[in-house]
Design a protein around this ligand. Structure first.
Ligand code: CTP
Length: 408
């Protein structure tokens, strides 16, 4: 339970893997290292070959008091595969400065140097602080890469307006050290704030069969639920994701159980319920299923005129009736009277929080990468601006984190 003292406080020195890429702003990374070392952050610097033309590895080695890696072929002094061991050690990976070229590599999943291979192998949050010429920053290719990276949960510390190394004045100058440090410290704080917490997430639609080839389903893609499961997992929680049919891969660091129907989802969720502190019920569970499921495909001449449906159990309401100390979060996807319906669900299902959204709004709900939600609790409604589903996931995890940190 959340109140238990077995939630390990994050006291260990956090590890930041700092990627430095080939751009004149590379020298500013030295200042970042100095500041973070003073705050007792362990820093492992990884440089591209181009970066070493701007700043020598010895500088970073001296400032961080740790070995610096510049090649996939550097010997880490152990049998470990170096980019994998660095990736595993990272609580957060910061790439500052990040060139347009490295952004493109990250967006396409290339891994042809130590920095991009480490970024591909890590489950830690990645922060990038781009720095480049204005035209490169505004180029549609860079914009597309930026969107891809954001949708995957990469945090972007946007460059600033100012004088650039090429003499132009415009957007593209590396963000200030203060801003980069602020974002990095917040993410380091988040990297293990939910260690020891048991979390159950349900996600995706359920498919209710009529015969071996036909089913009743809905438009849920599972994106929001998967983002939530991954966010909790990344922050140290023990997460079980019970997922209806989706085309998404299993999220990193999460135990995923795949089911098809509402009854299967209920059975799988109930199996883990005793061991969890938090339930986030994002699944678009079908409220009804066909009463009879034909063993063979129904031929059209044999099809009945009406389809008889029976009610599925309300999985979350069942958990609400046996809540204990758990924190229960429901979702309410509505098209009218969003807040009214969300409040009704909060009370009827005995929940602590309902994440409400109007799925008829453009850019919100099923299939989109963004969402505009309202957090509805018994005390207050909190309206959030339109944001990525990753960011919604982060805000939900932050709510739980704030609750955990208030526990004695
Ligand atoms: N839910 C559930 N089991 C169901 C139906 C819903 O666990 N059989 C959960 C959903 O995961 C969500 C919340 O209950 O967290 C609200 O689901 P929603 O489909 O919005 O509402 P319903 O309660 O089904 O009511 P209605 O369809 O009338 O809006």
């Amino acid at each position: 339970m959340i109140a238990d003292t077995d939630i390990t406080p994050a006291t260990a020195r956090p590890t930041l893997v700092l990627g430095v890429t080939g751009c004149i702003a590379a020298y500013k990374a030295c200042e970042l290292v100095r500041s973070l070392v003073k705050q007792d952050v362990r820093i492992k610097v990884v440089m591209t070959q181009a970066a070493t033309r701007f700043v020598g590895p010895v500088t970073f080695r001296t400032l961080s008091d740790e070995p610096v890696t510049t090649s996939l072929w550097d010997d880490p002094g152990s049998s470990a595969v170096h980019h994998v061991s660095l990736a595993e050690e990272a609580d957060v990976m910061l790439i500052a400065p990040c060139t347009a070229n490295v952004m493109a590599k990250l967006a396409t999943g290339r891994a042809d140097d130590i920095l991009s291979a480490t970024a591909l192998a890590t489950e830690a949050t990645i922060i990038i602080a781009p720095a480049m010429n204005t035209h490169m920053w505004r180029h549609p290719a860079t914009r597309a890469n930026l969107e891809t990276l954001r949708s995957r949960g990469v945090i972007v510390v946007e460059p600033e307006l100012g004088e650039l190394a090429c003499g132009d004045i415009g957007e593209g100058r590396l963000a200030s050290a203060e801003r980069i440090l602020e974002v990095t410290q917040a993410e380091l704080g988040r990297s293990s704030d939910l260690v020891g917490l048991g979390v159950l997430v349900t996600a995706g639609p359920t498919f209710e069969p009529m015969d071996p080839v036909r089913f009743l389903g809905n438009r849920s893609t599972g994106k929001q639920g998967y983002a939530i499961a991954e966010e909790f997992g990344r922050r140290g929680a023990n997460v079980v994701l019970v997922s209806g049919p989706t085309s998404l891969p299993d999220p990193f660091g999460v135990t995923t159980i795949r089911v098809n129907t509402a009854l299967e989802m209920q059975a799988a969720a109930e199996c883990v319920y005793d061991d969890v502190d938090v339930v986030v019920s994002v699944a678009a569970v079908a409220d009804f299923r066909p009463e009879y499921v034909a063993g063979d495909k129904i031929k059209k001449e044999d099809a009945p005129d009406t389809l008889v449906l029976v009610r599925n159990p309300d999985i979350l309401a069942g958990f609400g009736a046996d809540k204990g100390d758990r924190f229960l979060i429901g979702f309410a996807a509505e098209t009218v009277d969003v807040l009214k319906h969300a409040r009704q669900k909060l009370v009827a299902k005995n929940l602590d929080l309902v994440v409400a959204n109007d799925v008829s709004e453009p850019g919100a709900g099923f299939g989109h990468d963004t969402n505009r939600v309202v957090f509805v609790t018994r005390e207050v409604d909190e309206h959030l601006s339109s944001m990525t589903k990753r960011e919604v996931a982060r805000r939900i995890a932050d709510k739980i984190s704030a609750r955990v940190s208030k526990m004695p």
